[in-house]
Write a protein that binds this ligand. Structure first.
Ligand SMILES: [Zn+2]
Length: 140
């Protein structure tokens, strides 16, 4: 949900850093019907900048679910909770893969999984295929 043009060289760096996979659901761009988008993790309307430390590669669905949100309600505590930040948070400290499902290890992971619907049944089936393909990049 960007209003600022992301220069091609910057986009290339974001795509390469992400291994061409969505940094939220892990969908490889190869298995997407649309080109992955460059997400402003902190949306511009909240003061986020168009710089590598605030950009993440996101598939169309994740970028749509996330929109310009930077927080949501934790489904377990009902507290307003910041979303997972791919540049500042280490994926493996927040998520774990069990078969194809994301298991939250933190409040922000739980909140992000709910808001972006990262464990909906269709994506679980697809993620199994991506994992089997060996094309998925599991962040560390
Ligand atoms: Zn995604």
């Amino acid at each position: 949900m960007s209003k600022t043009y992301v220069p091609a060289s910057l986009r290339r760096n974001v795509v390469e850093r992400a291994g061409s996979c969505c940094e939220y659901c892990l969908r490889p761009e190869l298995f997407s019907l649309s080109v992955h988008e460059v997400d402003h993790v902190i949306a511009e309307k909240h003061g986020g900048t168009t710089t590598e430390d605030n950009l993440a590669l996101a598939c169309k669905l994740c970028n749509t679910f996330k929109g310009s949100d930077i927080a949501s309600i934790d489904p377990e505590t009902d507290e307003i909770t910041a979303l997972y930040h791919p540049r500042r948070d280490r994926w493996s400290e927040h998520f774990q893969l069990e078969n194809a499902a994301f298991i939250p290890l933190s409040d922000r992971a739980r909140t992000t999984i709910r808001l972006l619907q990262l464990n909906r049944s269709r994506i679980l089936k697809e993620r199994s295929l991506w994992l089997d393909s060996g094309l998925i990049k599991i962040p560390i």
